[in-house]
Design a protein around this ligand. Structure first.
Ligand code: SAM
Length: 213
């Protein structure tokens, strides 16, 4: 938790909630240890979608489709969402959720490793939501920059690693050291890249918002 727990609970208490079907998926995810975006991130996404009205969204990291379905609720009617997932156990659940929600024409699920799939994608997206393996964000960066439209918004979740990011690399466990180094490199790239203007927000587990100039 990167912000005070009581403050976080207070902010979450003002959350207006989602549709019953989204609540159902979120509850299932919590019970089965499937990671889904936190309340504060949901709130931020709803705001950004309403504000920027994207027509074309790319998500890296579908899990069971919670955030893709949430985005489809708040994006314009004619917005298409493409989402990538590689974990075979989650793919059929995500597909079933898109079907149950009647959103298969608005959401395309690409199955496989984003490392390969991103290279094959053509065209541009006016919103990209990065919510996959944190240690890979830096490797996705060249393709993400190519796929982000001018004026497009890149949202990267979980960038502050529950606060570990500010610790020395020697203070984090050896297991997390590679991710720690890569995430610091990613944050540096985002904040110093000549094509991007980026803000780092202590929301949820840390979020960056980057706009392509
Ligand atoms: N965005 C989802 C939501 O809030 O409903 C949660 C996504 S979860 C935090 C991250 C997902 O990214 C996992 O299901 C994982 O299998 C997937 N993932 C991680 N690395 C990936 C990669 N290289 N290619 C495709 N999917 C990946």
């Amino acid at each position: 938790m990167i912000i005070d727990e009581r403050m976080s609970a207070f902010i979450d208490s003002m959350d207006k909630g989602n549709t019953p079907f989204l609540d159902e998926i979120e509850e299932y995810a919590l019970q089965t240890q499937v990671p889904v975006i936190r309340k504060s991130m949901q709130q931020l996404l709803r705001f950004l979608l309403t504000f920027s009205k994207p027509k074309n969204i790319l998500e890296v990291g579908t899990a069971i489709g919670f955030s893709a379905l949430l985005m489809s609720e708040y994006a314009p009617e004619d917005c298409h969402i493409t989402t990538i997932e590689k974990y075979e156990k989650r793919i059929p659940i995500a597909k079933a959720n898109f079907e149950k929600a009647g959103k298969t024409d608005r959401i395309t699920l690409l199955e496989g490793d984003a490392m390969d799939i991103l290279k094959e994608l053509e065209g541009t997206y006016d919103m990209i939501f990065m919510d996959a393996a944190k240690g890979q964000y830096i490797h996705f960066m060249p393709e993400i920059l190519r796929l982000l439209a001018p004026g497009g918004l890149l949202i990267s979740d979980n960038v502050l690693q529950d606060g570990d990011i500010i610790e020395s690399r020697f203070a984090v466990t050896r297991r997390n050291r590679t991710i720690h180094t890569r995430m610091r490199d990613y944050l540096y790239e985002l904040t110093h890249h000549p094509q991007l203007e980026t803000t780092v927000l202590p929301v949820g587990d840390g979020v960056t918002l980057s706009v392509k100039k």
